[in-house]
Design a protein around this ligand. Structure first.
Ligand code: TRP
Ligand code: CA
Ligand code: ZN
Length: 455
């Protein structure tokens, strides 16, 4: 018999957390990882997973300041390395190392692919976000090299930084993508799409066929900008056109030298491509200045391939809109197959020994991609006869403990029927999550009635 000590607990009718939360409005607290060491683990029960549908999360706004901070770093790298970030020059590898460190810290699986061109070693940087359908790869990329005459901040720090910041936003928000997300930064584009062609040519045919699309971003912050959308694939084109239509910004088809950037390498291999561009050396017409502002009769980028392609050579509005468009495309095209809002619940009772060892109850989360969201919800229904003497933690699959309640906290009732919000965004979603409960005072009876995680 589970409930054998002095104050017998009346059994309440069974119901799930959702019902309990409606009947007894739970408190909402925010928990951070607990500093304490995990208590000894007790046997846990089998999990029950329930899945409920919900709408996909909206794409995030990419902070312009973050994108510009990357451009400042690329500018510094160029300045410290002879004024450029060109193939075969130290500023190129330093640029790649800067991006790689950010991606590694954000949980990406990165790899550096080297190739040889013109007597120098070039490098591509590839970053995979763990999860998603491995048979549907959505890739976004940008060339990271500059010409040797300048720092290449619009061409193509702009595309490189926007793709980087979108990748970091995927990590920050715990985006649940259905497709597998991959990001790439190409070397030696300015030598004739060398890095991207090397990458594509070295993909086994079986890998090539898994690409659902490649999105290219080369020059997306031109100082006298136009808003050009690649028209190579109608579906990919539509995603960008819809985005700009939503902003009320007219677009045109990109025509300034088709095939003059890395998307051509993918298109030549039969992969669907799309992308954005704000113009290079071509002149803005009066009609274009009419609809976009800026200066007619002047190049979209007067510093194209010149030493003045510095951080001063950026139109902030264009860079902001295009960066947000990158995220919009990744979120729209990458859409999650297991949407946020899904819940995983355990309704098996677990007795809590009086003033004894901690007990745990497990829910197994599977089929998700990426990390837990920053607002992971933990619904707890514990029936207990005394207030203020329970310690409750959420344990991530790797054992990291997030303190939900400690014994000194008084509850309004003996039972703990509450919803806690936990930032566990550094934790992969899939795996065995545990609710750990310990009674630290005398003379209690109680049990975990049910608990659930909502992503
Ligand atoms: N990548 C080209 C360069 O650096 C610039 C360019 C010209 C471009 N036309 C384009 C980029 C069209 C994208 C689309 O020389
Ligand atoms: Ca923004
Ligand atoms: Zn370029």
């Amino acid at each position: 018999m589970r409930l054998s000590v002095s104050r017998q607990l009346p059994r309440l009718p069974r119901r799930g957390i959702a019902g309990a939360a409606i009947a007894l409005a739970g408190l909402v607290a925010t928990a951070a990882p607990a500093a304490t060491a995990p208590a000894p683990a007790a046997p846990s029960t089998a999990a029950t997973a329930a899945v409920s549908p919900a709408a996909a999360l909206a794409p995030p706004d990419i902070p312009l300041a973050n994108v510009k901070a990357h451009l400042t770093q690329l500018q510094s790298i160029a300045s410290a390395n002879g004024g450029n970030r060109a193939h075969g020059r130290p500023g190129y590898r330093a640029s790649l190392d800067y991006l790689k460190a950010k991606l590694d810290a954000a949980g990406y699986t990165t790899s550096v692919q080297s190739f040889s061109y013109g007597g120098a070693t070039g490098y591509n940087l590839i970053a995979d976000w763990p999860g998603g359908d491995p048979n549907q790869v959505l890739m976004a990329g940008a060339h990271l090299d500059s010409v040797s005459s300048g720092a290449g901040i619009n061409d193509n720090g702009s595309g490189s930084a926007a793709v980087l910041e979108t990748a970091l936003a995927v990590s920050r928000t715990g985006f649940q993508s259905g497709k597998h997300l991959r990001f790439g930064w190409w070397g030696a584009e300015e030598q004739g799409l060398v890095g991207s062609r090397y990458y594509v040519n070295n993909l086994p045919a079986a890998e090539r066929s898994k690409f659902s699309g490649y999105l290219n971003f080369d020059m997306i912050g031109s100082p006298n900008p136009g808003y050009f959308v690649y028209d190579d694939d109608v579906q990919l084109e539509k995603v960008f056109k819809d985005y700009f239509a939503g902003l009320g910004v007219p677009t045109e088809i990109e025509t300034e030298g088709d095939g003059r950037s890395d998307h051509a390498s993918f298109k030549n291999a039969g992969i669907r491509v799309g992308g954005l561009f704000t113009g290079a050396g071509r002149t803005k017409t009066a009609a274009q200045a009419q609809k976009w502002g800026g200066t007619a009769g002047q190049a979209f980028d007067r510093c194209y391939h010149s030493s003045c392609d510095t951080t001063a050579n950026i139109n902030d509005t264009a860079l902001d809109r295009n960066s947000d468009a990158v995220a919009h495309a990744i979120w729209t095209l990458g859409a999650g197959s297991v949407p946020p809002g899904d819940s995983y619940e355990n309704t098996a009772d677990v007795a809590i020994p009086d003033n004894g060892a901690a007990v745990t109850s497990t829910v197994t989360v599977s089929g998700r991609t990426g990390n837990a969201p920053p607002t992971l919800s933990v619904g707890v229904d514990i029936r207990h006869t005394w207030r203020g003497d329970l310690v409750i933690d959420l344990l991530a699959p790797d054992g990291t403990a997030y303190r939900l309640k400690n014994s000194s906290g008084n509850d309004s009732a003996d039972d703990v029927i509450a919803t806690y919000t936990v930032n566990a965004s550094t934790e992969p979603a899939n795996g065995d999550w545990k609710l750990r409960v310990q009674d630290v005072g005398p003379q209690d009876t109680g049990y975990i009635n049910s608990w659930k995680l909502t992503f």
